[in-house]
Ligand binder design. Structure first.
Ligand SMILES: Cc1cc2nc3c(=O)[nH]c(=O)nc-3n(C[C@H](O)[C@H](O)[C@H](O)COP(=O)(O)O)c2cc1C
Length: 322
């Protein structure tokens, strides 16, 4: 028996539920020496912004006991270069390409990005990254406020930390594009279900859960922060149980497809997310340890289904027994 692995994320049809998480797989070509990219379920790009960005001060990554910290700060070539240089190669792989987009100074940038990408047929869906913890320059913001280019005072809380801001932005983006919208939420909140519900009401087709957790490290010899930006985002095995609980909570309360991520290192982890309610999973930090891990997880899912005589992976989604 060949078990059925295909899943739907809104209008998006994936041949299997394993995708790669934004920012951990570049623009895919970087990994083409290690695996047959066309075997993946979908590819999510590094987050793209309207203008090119150089990113944060180095060091931008460091290891922790059970994962890593990063403060890349959304380094990317900007939307026009991306469309010209990267998208044609991504499209050739023949998989759904999900473009992760973010605003930096003004939420309107996200709306403009969505409008720009709406007419491009190679784009299968947009992932709205409203949860990047690395945009605030810790060096220059003593208080939590800073002046933007126009001199207006900006509040640097993430959009995904405020249900109203999430609702307003997703709703506005929804109006300018026909593409499937996936909203990526932050775990750095009190109640993620509240934000998830707001995104759903505003018209997102699916949710990506979760982005990284705020974290920092200190070199005790120099007493300097381990990251140039001081605070960054924690990912990897350390966050898995927390991310899993968030997926489960959102699955129970908010009835839209979830792409689960956070510390998925192997097929066992991926299965836990699917059983908790994720329709698909994204592999992030694990790519840095084993670039073939996503393919191994796809094979592991097939083996699990076969061994347990489950014909269709959709029977497993949210099948937690209580
Ligand atoms: C080095 C690095 C860069 C990342 N860059 C992005 C990014 O550009 N956009 C985004 O939405 N998430 C980004 N993330 C977060 C991941 O997509 C993912 O949500 C998070 O790392 C949790 O999954 P993991 O524990 O499997 O890595 C980044 C993570 C890492 C480790």
């Amino acid at each position: 028996m060949q078990p059925k692995l295909s899943v739907n994320i809104g209008k998006l049809k994936l041949k299997n539920p394993v995708m790669v998480a934004s920012g951990t797989f570049g623009y895919a070509q970087e990994f083409s020496d290690f695996l047959d990219l066309s075997q993946l379920g979908a590819i999510v790009t590094k987050t793209i912004t309207l203008d090119p960005r150089q990113g944060n001060l180095s060091p931008r990554t460091c290891e922790t006991a059970a994962g890593m910290l990063n403060s890349i700060g959304l380094e990317n070539p900007g939307i026009e270069d991306f469309i010209r240089e990267k998208l044609p190669l991504l499209a050739k792989i023949g998989l759904p390409v999900i473009i992760s987009i973010a605003s930096v100074d003004d939420p309107q940038e996200l709306v403009n990005l969505a409008r720009r990408l709406d007419k491009i047929k190679e784009v299968a869906a947009l992932e709205l990254n409203i949860s990047c913890p690395n945009l605030k320059s810790q060096q220059s913001t003593v208080n939590s406020q800073q002046k933007n280019k126009k001199g207006a005072t900006m509040d640097y809380r993430l959009i995904a930390q405020n249900p109203k801001a999430t609702y307003n932005l997703v709703k506005t983006v929804r109006k300018v594009t026909q593409k499937t919208l996936i909203t990526k939420l932050s775990p750095n909140v009190t109640d993620i279900t509240e934000i998830a519900q707001a995104a759903k009401e505003a018209g997102t087709a699916a949710l990506s859960l979760v982005n990284t957790f705020y974290g920092m490290g200190i070199d005790i010899k120099t007493r300097k922060p381990k990251l140039g930006n001081i605070i960054g985002g924690l990912s990897g095995p350390a966050i898995k149980p927390i991310a899993l609980a968030m997926v489960w909570e959102v699955y129970r309360k908010v009835k839209i497809p979830i792409i689960g991520m956070g510390g998925i290192m192997n097929v066992q982890d991926a299965l836990e997310f699917i059983i908790a309610g994720a329709s698909a999973v994204s592999i992030g930090t694990a790519n840095f340890i084993n670039p073939r891990v996503s393919i191994e997880i796809i094979q592991g899912l097939k083996d699990y289904l076969r061994k347990n005589k489950i014909k269709d992976i959709n029977c497993l989604i949210g099948s937690l027994r209580i």
